[in-house]
Design a protein around this ligand. Structure first.
Ligand SMILES: [Zn+2]
Length: 489
């Protein structure tokens, strides 16, 4: 399945490629089509707002490419077997629990947080990736890939585990720009996450340890390492050429470095053309951590009265490669900016008071101003997704057209052209849709939250949401098939 935008002419887009450390025009391996792989969530808890920043930047990039006229096939994996998932899911199981019970416990945890993750995407209007494979559904492909690397002499088995021999891959370190001198091939690391100065042979298959769910393999019972999951699913679902691979900057090393070694080692040629990484998020000037009490999920922001779309806008008003200092003041400012855009939309939806009267006296007339805003907007977005400049083009247009409309009302055609531009830009920013759409999405989200509350037997929350909807003038109708309909009172 491919996602398709509305434009038929393709606009050129340039992105910063971590591999070359340059902003480069993207060049799809098949004309007009882009295959994108994004490292997805590790589903053992709620995503925090730093994680969500990465998913928002990926969505913005994808929406920009679609609006620019490309066809996109986007694959994002769900990591549902990994060190932290096993740690959290096996709590309370007896030491002699059968393997099946261990798998079930792991699945119960990951299913729960996958559902929450999908809710977060929905609430922030992040378009669902075209394919979302779960790692545990692709263990066979991982074993095949590992065997391929063993056959090529790039991996070796030791005591039931299999390791990648980094000395066998001469360009190892090219993405993170590592100094090969300091690498310790021959010594190996068993954990999935480690630092650059610990670059050494990394684990592909982990031998069974007591208390862990396992799968059978040619090397004995065990489970895949985290890094091999993305290579196996990426090659299987997107093929042996991926145009763009994305993730947070924290994944450059070791995760993406290892993906390159695995995929290119097995394929024998380059796998990904452009590596795009999103920066971190700090909270009120500090690194987010539970111990500092500045650790937030999307649900925490909603509880504090903020709309997920305000958060989306706040994140996207920063360039994706700049560190964001998240603050509640910043969220309020984002809310004010959004109100300005929405007020302008409303003004354009209505007819002007003196529609069609008089002439425009300045150098650019409204339609030329609009064309300039469009050129500036696309100039900014096509230059490595420069969202602050793109938004500046929108706000300049709003100031100019509001000033014009105050003096001599814009005509209906001019107002419609401005609305068309708002729709075009909203197809990327997803924050200022027409009023009806906004309300519908909000209501549907509340209804979904209420259904989720009912399923988890949280009656107080379910009643609270029902009252909130009632206050909005929405009447809920519980249907026989278990779904919920609604109408305006
Ligand atoms: Zn990955």
């Amino acid at each position: 399945m491919w996602s398709t935008g509305v434009m038929r002419i393709i606009r050129p887009i340039s992105l910063y490629n971590t591999l070359s450390r340059k902003i480069e025009p993207i060049s799809p391996s098949s004309p007009g089509e882009l295959k994108i792989y994004s490292c997805g969530p590790t589903v053992y808890n709620f995503a925090h707002i730093g994680n969500l920043r990465t998913f928002l930047f990926q969505d913005l990039m994808k929406r920009t490419l679609l609006a620019a006229g490309y066809q996109v096939r986007h694959c994002m994996n769900i990591t549902d077997v990994e060190d932290k998932i096993i740690r959290d899911s096996q709590v309370g199981l007896p030491a002699d629990a059968p393997n099946q019970a261990r798998h079930t416990a792991m699945k119960t945890l990951t299913d729960k947080y996958t559902a929450f993750f999908l809710e977060d995407l929905e609430a922030m209007r992040i378009r669902r990736p075209d394919v979302m494979p779960k790692a545990t559904d692709h263990i066979g492909q991982m074993k095949t890939l590992i065997q391929n690397l063993v056959d090529k002499g790039l991996a070796y088995a030791r005591e039931g585990s299999v390791y990648y021999r980094i000395a066998g891959f001469p360009t190892y370190g090219c993405l993170a720009h590592l100094d090969r001198e300091g690498m310790q091939s021959g010594s190996s690391v068993d954990v999935d996450e480690y630092e650059k100065d610990q670059a050494q042979d990394f684990v592909l298959w982990k031998a069974a340890k007591p208390g862990e769910p396992t799968w059978d393999s040619p090397w004995g019972p065990g489970r895949p390492g985290w890094h091999i999951e993305c290579s196996a699913m990426g090659i299987e679902l997107l093929g042996d050429r991926v145009d763009i691979h994305t993730g947070g900057v924290d994944l450059i090393f070791p995760h993406h470095e290892n993906e390159i070694a695995q995929s290119e080692g097995a394929l024998g040629h380059a796998w990904v053309s452009t590596w795009v990484h999103g920066e971190f998020l700090m909270v009120e000037g500090e690194k987010m951590s539970k111990s500092l009490g500045n650790f937030y999920t999307l649900r925490d922001l909603v509880e504090k009265g903020f709309n997920p779309i305000t958060f989306r806008y706040a994140i996207q008003s920063n360039h994706y490669r700049k560190l964001i200092n998240f603050s509640f003041e910043g969220l309020k400012a984002a809310d004010n900016s959004l109100k300005r855009i929405r007020a302008f939309r409303k003004r354009m939806e209505e007819d002007g008071i003196q529609a069609g009267g008089g002439t425009w006296k300045e150098a650019l007339d409204p339609s030329q101003r609009l064309e300039k805003a469009r050129t500036d907007f696309w100039g900014a977005m096509s230059d490595d997704l420069n969202t602050p400049e793109a938004l500046a083009a929108i706000f300049t247009l709003i100031s100019d057209l509001n000033a014009q409309d105050d003096r001599i009302a814009l005509s209906r055609e001019e107002r419609d052209a401005a609305l068309e531009f708002l729709d075009e830009t909203d197809s990327i920013f997803a924050a200022w849709p027409g009023e009806e759409k906004t309300l519908d999405t909000e209501i549907e989200t509340l209804i979904e939250q209420r259904s989720a509350a009912k399923i988890s037997k949280n009656w107080a929350e379910s009643d609270r949401l029902r009252d909130q909807l009632k206050a909005m003038g929405i009447i809920l109708e519980d249907r026989k098939d278990g779904t919920v309909g609604w109408r305006k009172a």
